[in-house]
Design a protein around this ligand. Structure first.
Ligand SMILES: C[S@@+](CC[C@H](N)C(=O)[O-])C[C@H]1O[C@@H](n2cnc3c(N)ncnc32)[C@H](O)[C@@H]1O
Length: 275
């Protein structure tokens, strides 16, 4: 299963030979001005996170946390809560740790470089996972994994891709995704319900959020490339990645790929109510 957001594009090779720029490094640079690696504004993210309302003293986990922006914002709005961020990319986790230090949150958060599909550390009052379903083999695998980490009755912030319109051949080619790879909004909500979660809030990314995100992704990467000396290999690679990505967005999936972020309530009865 491919990634659902810009990291997936063919312009971003995953290098095993330690030469040149790999996908994770390109992604880290591209997100410098938009640390949420999804088309969601900072204000909207904060409003969604407030709905999680984890109790003071509880633990929350973010699976595929990237640069940690969702988790750190949650710690800022939920006093006394401790966070654990899990991601496979060391560069993103290093950025997350720096950001936590800048915001005075280092003492309340731990970062783990691990495969989120196999990592385990008990139950959490709330679980976040935004744009990372590919780590679990897709939507259903992600929901099942989230449930495995969640205390009964806990809440979830879950973000994933949807088709907002039947995808054209150009959109499918740009994303390397078939028409059946993503559900539409109703289809995604149906699968969320089947997995034992009730949506209690949600947000479909707007055109403005998508455009802000894509301009930021491509523009920040291009700007970084253009600061490097001519003839520099990373300059050439990063600029090519920014241009290819912009083309795939504008000629391919713009207005067809959507993104939804849901606040979910686990329908199981919390243990402290049944006890
Ligand atoms: C689109 S980014 C989303 C990051 C973050 N949730 C956000 O919204 O800002 C997807 C993240 O999943 C991470 N990832 C991909 N596969 C993973 C795996 N198997 N285990 C842990 N993290 C993974 C990537 O490194 C990347 O940081």
């Amino acid at each position: 299963m491919a990634n659902t957001l810009p990291e997936r594009t063919p312009a971003l090779p995953s290098r095993g030979d330690n030469r040149g720029m790999d996908r994770a490094e390109i992604s880290r640079l591209a997100h410098a001005r938009h640390p949420i690696a999804a088309p969601v504004s900072a204000d909207r993210a904060k409003a969604l996170l407030r709905r999680l309302a984890p109790p003071g003293g509880s633990r929350v986990a973010d699976l595929g946390c990237g640069q940690g922006e969702w988790l750190l914002t949650l710690l800022e709005v939920a006093s006394g809560v401790r966070g654990t961020g899990v991601d496979s990319a060391p560069g993103a986790l290093a950025s997350a740790a720096r950001s936590a230090a800048r915001r005075g949150l280092s003492g309340r958060v731990a970062w783990h470089q691990a495969d989120a599909a196999t990592w385990a550390d008990g139950e959490f009052a709330a679980v976040l996972s935004v744009g990372a379903s590919h780590a679990f083999g897709g939507l259903d695998g992600a929901l099942e994994a989230i449930r495995g980490h969640l205390a009964p009755g806990g809440r979830v912030l879950f973000g994933d891709a949807i088709w907002e319109a039947p995808p054209t051949a150009a959109a499918q080619a740009a994303l390397g995704a078939g028409a059946s790879e993503f559900p539409d909004l109703a289809g995604l909500v149906e699968r969320v319900e089947k997995a034992g979660f009730e949506p209690i809030g949600g947000h479909v990314s707007t055109r403005e959020e998508w455009d802000d995100y894509e301009w930021s992704w491509t523009g920040t990467l291009a700007e970084w490339a253009l600061r490097r000396p001519s003839g520099d290999e990373d300059r050439t690679e990063a600029l090519a990645a920014a241009r290819t990505h912009r083309d795939e967005w504008l000629r391919g999936y713009r207005n067809q790929l959507g993104f939804v972020t849901l606040v979910l309530q686990d329908v199981r009865v919390p243990q402290d109510v049944t006890a």
